[in-house]
Design a protein around this ligand. Structure first.
Ligand SMILES: NC(=O)c1ccc[n+]([C@@H]2O[C@H](COP(=O)([O-])OP(=O)(O)OC[C@H]3O[C@@H](n4cnc5c(N)ncnc54)[C@H](OP(=O)(O)O)[C@@H]3O)[C@@H](O)[C@H]2O)c1
Length: 349
């Protein structure tokens, strides 16, 4: 017999900075959509940051006025609420996996789904987290960690399904793209371009991970492992950044009609995949020469679907939050079709 009762889906957010708060705001604003399209009543039952958090089984409201209570944080705090879906939006720490590792392990071990935005745990322990999710039947979705609004993981996983990826190259870091464009267009030095980006609020106060190429290397590693099932470690990627680009190099590229990009490259044609991050130059008739300011791009070469290019991006943190919420909708859709969450926690309210 058809039922118009809504399935209750509970959500928690670990990491309540600019992306976590934006996820919360947009999630609450889209509740009518989740009810209409997926038949779900979505309740945000907990959020937490480094030193505190807040929970309400009936659902939190008023994101911008929420008062976090001290010490209410950590994997145990969230696990007590057994959220159907966890958004992980904490700091990226690829040396240790960071706090994300504890949150994700606790969530996936119970067969509950996770949407990940930070990169550290995926780089450090991606293989183990994927194995855990497979074992428990939990969904582990990672769009926010692989260039966010730019379809990267979706493209290789779904859009190119059945094709063999021979190689890919991506401009995955908007900050370095802005810096190189500024140097090429206005002839400013690297330090001047960086100062401009920091004043505009789109370069971190400590931009070393971006400019040294590590942010790009992390995204490439995650894409290779989650999208193409390769066993790539961050140490396997030969990484160099944009810090050594000089005005003399810029002048020479200009004279040659070449445009520089910081590019993550993966070549899958040999016995072992080869991965690198470095400054590459492109002639003006190549689409990669025309990637505007804070935009990202990915080009994939396949055996039977030709060469596919995707380019774009939106304002942050809305674009990243929206990529995570796209993952959330894919989970709602899949769970709706299968009848319940892997943990059996999606229930009729
Ligand atoms: N900003 C973007 O546009 C963007 C785009 C793509 C990916 N990302 C990734 O998304 C993640 C979040 O970025 P963001 O800009 O939102 O960073 P952010 O503003 O610095 O927020 C990070 C949040 O994580 C919290 N946190 C730290 N340790 C924690 C712990 N042990 N348990 C729970 N929460 C903890 C922080 O708490 P406190 O507030 O107490 O310090 C803060 O609320 C990062 O990994 C970043 O690399 C960001």
């Amino acid at each position: 017999m058809p039922s118009n009762r809504l399935r209750v889906v509970t959500v928690a957010i670990a990491g309540f900075g600019s992306v976590g708060r934006q996820v919360a705001r947009t999630l609450l604003a889209r509740r009518a959509r989740y009810a209409q399209v997926y038949g779900c009543e979505v309740r945000l039952v907990a959020v937490c940051a480094s030193r505190g958090g807040v929970a309400a089984r009936a659902g939190l409201e008023g994101i911008d006025t929420l008062a976090l209570e001290e010490d209410r944080t950590g994997p145990t705090f969230l696990a007590e609420l057994a959220p159907d879906v966890l958004f992980e939006t904490g700091p990226t720490d690829f040396a240790t996996g960071g706090p994300a590792l504890g949150y994700l392990t606790a969530q996936l071990a119970e067969g509950r789904d996770a949407v990940v935005v930070s990169k550290g745990a995926l780089v450090h322990s991606g293989h183990a987290l994927r194995a855990l999710a497979r074992e428990t039947g939990a969904a582990l979705r990672i769009s926010g960690a692989t260039a966010a609004a730019l379809p990267t993981i979706d493209l290789v996983e779904t859009g190119l399904r059945g094709a063999r990826v021979l190689s890919l190259e991506g401009v995955f870091n908007a900050t370095t793209n802005f810096l190189l464009n500024a140097m090429m267009a206005r002839g400013c030095t690297f330090a001047e371009a960086l100062g401009e980006a920091q004043a505009g609020g789109f370069a971190e106060r400590d931009p070393s991970r971006d400019i040294e190429g590590w942010d790009t290397a992390c995204k490439l590693t995650i894409l290779a492992n989650f999208g193409l099932d390769l066993g790539l470690a961050l140490e396997d990627v030969a990484v160099s950044g944009v810090g050594d680009v000089t005005p003399a190099m810029v002048a020479q590229w200009r004279a040659q009609g070449q445009v520089p990009r910081l590019v993550g490259r993966l070549d899958c044609t040999g016995a072992r995949a080869r991965a690198s991050v470095s400054v590459q130059t492109y002639p003006l008739d190549d689409a990669f020469a025309h990637i505007p300011g804070k935009t990202k791009a990915l080009r994939v070469v396949t055996d039977c679907m030709g060469e596919i290019l995707t380019m774009g991006g939106g304002p942050e943190p809305i674009a990243t939050a929206s990529a995570a919420l796209k993952d959330f909708e894919l989970i709602l859709d899949a769970r709706g079709r299968s009848g319940q969450g892997a943990s059996g926690n999606f229930f009729l309210g």
